[in-house]
Design a protein around this ligand. Structure first.
Ligand code: DON
Length: 562
């Protein structure tokens, strides 16, 4: 225990640290390296690892585990995610550590005898969970690119689990929303045994023990050892939903990242089973054809143009996206210039709004993917890492694995539980995203890296369910086309359209522009004002070769670096 305490402590509290830190500053810059995430503890940990000589991959692994402790609403070991990375002297890579459906899952598992969806079953409780991928994902990143000892990278997380972290206002508000469900599913538990207030310190001793085992035995513990045993025990209460074979069979998969060009910038992003990369590249292509750079920023025509492109991409998502290990996802066709030019031609020009009912997924010829968290890291060795990870809803399925202290995901809801029936984000899907044992559910997570003349320009990503893609899109537009700084870009009000439901979603602050809202209504949109969209953690290379953070004020996001 002393060892765990001291290593974690030394990493974090070195008084000689040259790192600086920002939390809600106007703009924050560093010269050498930077880490940005949803929590100050994780960003500072990332910077401390980089200061010790670790690379961006080492930092990312340590940050992931710290988020699993200090951001339990989304950070996780019971979930999954994706990484897009630019290693210093290699082609870009993508790692898929998305959850998999357990062997007991099947197409009708969330339907009653009459074939209707059983409300909440894919969202709450044990059967909402897929087989977690995060521990395998982190181990795989470390195996291929890590330079520091694996167990050292987990010490900061153990430190925060043992000694606690201070809850923020937002933490307490988000916890309040799930307290009854956490209680009814788990009985008395670490998150609900007292009424937590902002400023209180939350310690998680059981999670600390789990992390110590992971530090010592890596994925062997989580998928085959003591933690596996605890997951299996937990699942025994519910028809052995996830069993030992599901856990031993889990694999993280290296995939080829998608690449596209947007006004001369190279966009590197996540392939299926995420839908994020395909949708993002489709929208960017259409916007370049529609000369988005000629339209005034956030004007009526600008919003219409972006929203119409979004609708076309989300329509394709609903039909074609699924797990590429199970179905043939027509990635090349969906991204081909011929197909997209045809789609644009069929659509016409976005001078007016086309109702969602008049838009259908395109026809391709021949076949050739609230709560999540994103973090971005860049080191001074030429590596850049962009990771989005999730347990899906805030506090996932609300199931806390007994004696292991971590929360299981409710990622099964990202499958099309029934063709055409909306999931919790209003997204629909069909055959391509139907449930099958071992299959991965379609995601919207869009970890992305942008390069300019071969050099890293931006590392970006966000949580937000269906809005992830359009949030990432808006950061690219704001920075690459409208030349905003990274923080300035994050601060701008966001909008979102996902084809179905046929609503233009706007954040609260748009209400200040009543004339614009009226014009959007006249143009044909049904407007829905909604809670904040996305929580970006991004890094931008400035023209004078500094790193600028984008730490979204919609969350407690923070940056650290030097
Ligand atoms: O993978 C996905 O697309 C979703 N499970 C992400 C969920 C999410 O971002 C929730 N946050 N607001």
């Amino acid at each position: 225990m002393i060892l765990y305490f001291s290593l974690g402590y030394i990493l974090l509290s070195s008084c000689k640290s040259k790192n600086t830190f920002s939390h809600h500053a106007d703009s924050y810059y560093a010269h050498e390296y930077m880490a940005v995430s949803a929590r100050e503890e994780a960003s500072k940990t990332g910077a401390a690892i980089l200061e010790k000589g670790g690379n961006a991959f080492d930092a990312a692994v340590a940050m992931h585990f710290v988020l699993a402790v200090t951001y339990p609403q989304a950070g996780n070991i019971g979930g999954g995610g994706f990484m897009v990375a630019q290693p210093a002297s290699e082609e870009p890579v993508a790692l898929d550590f998305r959850e998999q459906a357990p062997a007991k899952a099947h197409e009708k598992v969330y339907l009653d005898e009459a074939g209707n969806v059983i409300p909440g079953m894919s969202i709450l409780g044990h059967k909402a969970s897929g087989v977690p991928g995060s521990v395998m994902g982190m181990f795989e990143i470390h195996r291929r690119y890590g330079t520091m000892p694996w167990s050292d990278l987990i010490q900061p997380a153990i430190h925060f689990a043992l000694h606690g972290f201070v809850l923020t206002e937002k933490d307490v508000t988000e916890l309040q929303e799930v307290i009854e469900e956490l209680d009814s599913i788990n009985g008395p538990n670490i998150f609900t045994y007292k009424k937590w207030k902002a400023g209180d310190t939350l310690k998680q001793p059981e999670l600390a023990e789990t992390l110590k085992r992971i530090a010592l035995f890596g994925p062997d513990d989580f998928y085959r050892g003591e933690t596996a045993r605890l997951i299996i025990e937990e699942m025994k209460k519910h028809d052995n939903w996830i069993d030992s074979i599901d856990l031993t069979n889990y694999k993280a998969v290296w995939r080829k990242p998608l690449k596209g060009n947007f006004y001369g910038y190279e966009i590197i992003t996540m392939p299926p089973p995420s839908s994020g990369g395909i949708a993002l590249l489709q929208i960017l292509f259409m916007l370049e054809q529609w000369k988005i750079h000629t339209l005034p920023f956030q004007s009526l025509r600008y919003i219409v143009t972006v929203a119409e492109a979004e609708k076309l991409a989300y329509a394709d998502r609903s039909k074609y996206l699924g797990d590429p290990d199970f179905i043939r996802v027509p990635t090349d066709s969906l991204l081909s210039k011929n197909y997209l030019n045809q789609r644009i031609q069929d659509y016409g020009t976005p001078t007016k709004v086309t109702p969602a009912s008049s838009i259908q997924p395109g026809k391709i010829f021949g076949f050739e993917s609230e709560e999540t968290t994103h973090f971005s890291v860049v080191d001074n060795k030429g590596n850049a890492v962009s990771i989005t990870t999730t347990i899906n809803s805030a506090y996932g399925s609300r199931v806390i694995v007994k004696s292991a202290g971590f929360i299981m995901n409710n990622e099964m809801d990202d499958f099309a539980v029934k063709p055409g029936v909306k999931n919790q984000f209003g997204l629909i899907g069909g055959k391509a995203n139907a449930i099958n044992p071992g299959k991965r559910m379609v995601s919207s997570m869009t970890p992305t890296i942008v390069k300019e003349n071969g050099k890293i320009k931006m590392i970006v990503g966000s949580p937000g369910g269906a809005t992830i893609i359009t949030t990432v899109l808006q950061q690219l537009l704001n920075v690459l086309i409208f030349k905003q700084g990274m923080q300035q870009s994050c601060n701008h009000p966001r909008f979102h359209h996902q084809w179905i439901p046929d609503f233009l979603y706007l954040e609260e602050s748009w209400k200040e522009k009543q004339n614009l809202l009226d014009s959007l209504g006249i143009a044909g949109y049904t407007i829905k004002i909604r809670p904040p969209i996305g929580r970006v953690s991004a890094i931008l290379r400035t023209h004078d070769n500094r790193w600028e953070a984008g730490a979204d004020r919609r969350g407690d996001n923070a940056a650290a670096g030097r």
